[in-house]
Write a new protein. Sequence first.
Length: 181
Amino acid sequence: MRIEEDLEYRLVSLIEGKRVAVVGAGPSLVNVREFNEDVIIAADGATNYLVKLGIIPDIIVSDLDGISVFPDSLYVVHAHGDNILTHWKINYMKDLVGTVQVSPFGRLKLYGGFTDGDRALILAKNFGAKSIKMYAMDFDSELIGRYSKPYYLSDVPMNSFKRRKLMIAKEIVHDISRKDL
């Protein structure tokens, strides 16, 4: 596993000036079959669906709660207390950029964002994507997409905790979208 500064340069080379698809794990994900963009950034559990289609994302933004590990992708992993039991997964990731939502220290980075999906969008924006198209970022759905968690067998009803998280994410995406996407 590499956790090095040069991985930020890899992020730049993957994203800068490219057409980027940001793929969420909302219920509409199952309607997505192909992409015309140059780069695919998957938000956590969306990766599992994409791999079923034979698509390996270029970048996976994750807090480790929704994915299996696919070693060829570049991971942007958000560390927080709720995912401490899943940190073993990072041992199987070849390339990893660690992120936080507080003051960064060591090799950790602070890019912004609240959920994996809006963090993926911020990443694309901050690293100079030519254009960004969002897929399955279903902020207003009454369902949580089955690919949000590996143990969901189907879409599940929205709960109040997830609703609050998605409303914050929606606000972040709205703010970013007003800044020349």
